[in-house]
Ligand binder design. Structure first.
Ligand SMILES: Cc1cc2nc3c(=O)[nH]c(=O)nc-3n(C[C@H](O)[C@H](O)[C@H](O)COP(=O)(O)OP(=O)(O)OC[C@H]3O[C@@H](n4cnc5c(N)ncnc54)[C@H](O)[C@@H]3O)c2cc1C
Length: 265
């Protein structure tokens, strides 16, 4: 299974920008998606709030190895949130996301209880190509920030240097990965230390391995899996619509096979 590694550069702006979730996506030849979001300024209070899966202590556990995913690590992270510099969040961020990462991980069932969560590892940047593409993405963001158009948003005195922005982005601490002193001088280290999931992971139930071409679970009868876990590649685009279409396509196909015209679909 695989997950699209994503790193963000936080950019404080001189005025509060329009609130926007991702509206525009730049797709580079290298398969790096560049996306921007702005206007979700954090108050001191909201930084400390628990935002469910949007909070790193819940939503970004996949970025650290399973052995480090302890309650103690979560509590330590929550304590450290008190010292997050809130000015970092006064603007927006531009992210770099890898389409179809080549690094793969695994899913291990801890036991046969369906209520137990499996242990999932993605091995972000294990494949050098993924790391190279992340560095390319951050360099692309640097080019965007240094354009004249972008200078309209940043403070009048020329804005922040890239090194300062990288330092601020590391300080935003949006995952539980321990940080390094060379995060702003080595883009490779920056990528490794700031990687987050955008929860678009795929795999775990690949066609040909766990399910057959008809999505029937191999070796079990009366059971199909038709969802994101069957995709062999994690696309850069948001997956939900594709997954829903796949479910409907297979549902209609099954009904027609079973009932013919009587299926009414
Ligand atoms: C915070 C967040 C934001 C996202 N934003 C977007 C977005 O903006 N656009 C987009 O396209 N995608 C988005 N996604 C991704 C999208 O939600 C998934 O790609 C999509 O839901 C995958 O569908 P699925 O059917 O494969 O899995 P899921 O929707 O995860 O469905 C799996 C289901 O199986 C159930 N289940 C698990 N284990 C068991 C068990 N043992 N027994 C019975 N049931 C079980 C779960 O409760 C769940 O209902 C987001 C995901 C997250 C987490």
């Amino acid at each position: 299974m695989s997950d699209n590694p994503l790193s963000s550069v936080f950019i404080p702006t001189k005025d509060p920008p329009k609130q926007s979730l991702i509206e525009t996506v730049g797709i580079t030849d290298d398969g790096v998606f560049i996306e921007a979001s702005s206007g979700f300024g954090q108050t001191g209070d909201s930084i400390h709030c628990h935002h469910g899966i949007m909070s790193a202590e819940i939503g970004q556990l996949s970025t650290i190895p399973p052995k480090d995913r302890s309650l103690e690590a979560v509590h330590k992270y929550v304590r450290n949130k008190n010292s997050l510099p809130k000015e970092v969040f006064h603007g927006g961020f531009i992210l770099s996301k890898i389409d179809g990462p080549l690094s793969t991980g695994n899913l291990v069932l801890v036991d046969t209880d369906p209520n137990s969560n499996p242990i999932v590892t993605f091995n972000y940047f294990k494949h050098p190509q993924d790391l190279r593409r992340c560095v390319y993405g951050i360099k692309t963001i640097e080019k965007i920030i240094s354009t004249n158009t972008f200078s309209n948003f940043t403070p009048k005195d020329g804005g922040y240097s890239m090194e300062k922005l990288l330092n601020m982005s590391v300080a935003a601490n949006i995952n539980l990965i321990p940080k390094h002193t060379d995060d702003s001088t080595s883009l490779e280290q920056f990528c490794r230390d700031t990687v987050v999931t955008i929860w678009h992971y795929h795999g775990g139930c690949h066609v040909g391995k766990v399910v057959d071409q008809q999505y029937k679970v191999i070796g079990a009868s009366g059971l199909r899996v038709i969802d994101g876990s069957t995709l062999s590649r994690s696309p850069g685009t948001n997956p939900q619509a594709t997954v829903m279409m796949m479910g409907r396509y297979m549902g209609v196909k099954i009904l027609r096979e079973r009932l013919g015209r009587a299926a009414g679909v």
